[in-house]
Design a protein around this ligand. Structure first.
Ligand code: PLP
Length: 416
């Protein structure tokens, strides 16, 4: 399939598919720039979820029609999720409530194999959901090492990565994109270095998911986690694990549950209606790439369009922010280097506190986030704990240039 160009993203057609974008909140149109904490959903997701309730609501594994439909749905979603991350097989996909829960579940299982003196390497770019589950293994005598970042661009310090790795490293945990400052690290290099040290690579793709094409085979990672509420779907976690590892490790599970295939990792009854919604989100993305079912070329085409549009939005926002005296942006700002970031822009503007700025924007129905964004290591490294973290303006592909202009205008006119 030919990759369509950026101008192929028909923004008005995109926005029409998201019911929330057309609604007024408290009598005023809302501007959603809170996307890193969760995106809005297209009608397809709502329809898929409602259709599950209406036509197939049942537990799995029964001999009656609705149960068989639930089984079939689950198989379809697993295959679609495998296509989304480019896994070789649907057997490498595990579902769970969210990324954090899945990461704790697998980190505990990995911990069963670790010995005192083993090491895990994480980075200071991470959301804490990719730090605390590894720190928890310190109780088994495991040492956790941190890779530093270069400030204020907030890129990974690759020299430090190589310094932290050794023959004792068992796992490297790294983000595909920072939810605080937008950096997209060079995962190919991290992967090469981790594997050269004999370690497994764990990738947190939660923040990258809405912005770019995830490809576990290209990254050559051993595990990857993402969450569909960040890419236009419901609250649903997804784990990719290399088949051999999912089979070899021992999950904490109840005895009667299957010990075969990916379901051995899925504790309790899954959230079927959200899984139906996840299928809807992937169908939406495939549709953006010109297909009516979830096939890889269409997902890649969709992400290509999304990235091109978002790059233009990021350039416009960064350029506008740089015109406002006193605003400090944390993250990549070089217009030539925007491929190395997603359109998640963090800033401070002393002496104004990020919370006050977010409140001002919210009063004008522009939704942003302030604080540490659970990326506590980044915020501490930037020395921003005392002043309340950053203001984060997080764009998605349905945002428009006029929304960017509005947020710039509001910030320029800020009155404490
Ligand atoms: C980069 C990143 N990783 C992990 C998480 C945690 O994801 P979940 O809410 O699915 O547990 C988030 C949530 O904001 C995130 O942005």
């Amino acid at each position: 399939m030919a990759i369509p160009s950026a101008i192929d993203l028909d923004l008005q057609a995109v926005r029409r598919q998201f019911p929330a974008l057309g609604l007024k909140i408290d009598g005023q149109p809302a501007v959603y720039l809170d996307n890193p904490a969760g995106t809005q959903v297209p009608q397809r997701v709502i329809d898929r979820t409602a259709d599950y309730w209406r036509t197939m609501n049942a537990n799995q594994g029964g001999s009656f029609a609705t149960s068989r439909r639930s089984d079939a749905l689950m198989a379809d979603v697993r295959q679609a999720a495998a296509t989304f991350v480019n896994a070789a097989s649907a057997d490498e996909i595990v579902f769970g409530p969210n990324m954090t829960t899945l990461t704790f579940a697998v980190s505990r299982a990995i911990g069963r194999e670790l010995r005192p003196g083993d090491e895990i390497v994480v980075t200071r770019l991470e959301h804490d959901a990719n730090v605390s589950p590894w720190l928890a293994l310190q109780e088994r005598g495991v040492t956790v090492r941190f890779v530093d970042i270069i400030v204020p661009e907030c890129t990974l310090d690759m020299h430090d990565l190589h310094r932290q790795l050794s023959a004792r490293t068992r796992l490297v945990a790294v983000t595909h994109a920072s939810n605080a400052v937008g950096t997209v690290p060079d995962l190919a290099e991290v992967s090469r270095a981790a594997h050269a040290a004999g370690a497994w690579l764990w990738v947190d793709a939660v923040h990258y998911g809405p912005h770019g094409s995830i490809d576990v085979r290209a990254i050559d990672c051993d595990f990857l986690v993402c969450s569909s509420y960040k890419f236009y779907g419901p609250h649903q976690g997804i784990l990719y694990g290399r088949r051999e590892l999912l089979e070899r490790l021992h999950p904490y599970k109840v005895r009667p549950a299957s010990d075969e295939g990916p379901t051995r990792w899925e504790t309790g009854t899954q959230n079927h209606e959200c899984l139906a919604g996840l299928l809807g989100a992937l169908e939406y993305l495939a549709g953006l790439g010109g297909a009516d079912r979830v096939v890889r070329p269409a997902l890649e085409a969709a992400m290509h369009r999304i990235r091109a549009h978002e790059r233009a939005l990021a350039a416009r926002l960064i350029d506008g922010l740089q015109q406002i005296a006193g605003i400090q942006i944390y993250g990549i700002t070089d217009p030539q280097a925007l491929d190395h970031r997603v359109p998640t822009v963090s800033l401070t503007w002393p002496p104004h506190r990020p919370e006050a700025l977010a409140r001002w924007l919210a009063a004008h129905q522009v939704f942003t986030w302030h604080g540490n964004h659970y990326a506590t290591e980044v915020i501490a490294r930037l020395g921003l704990v005392e002043q309340g973290g950053t203001l984060r303006i997080g764009m998605a592909h349905y945002n428009t240039a006029s929304e960017v202009d509005l947020v710039l205008e509001l910030l320029a006119g800020y009155r404490p």
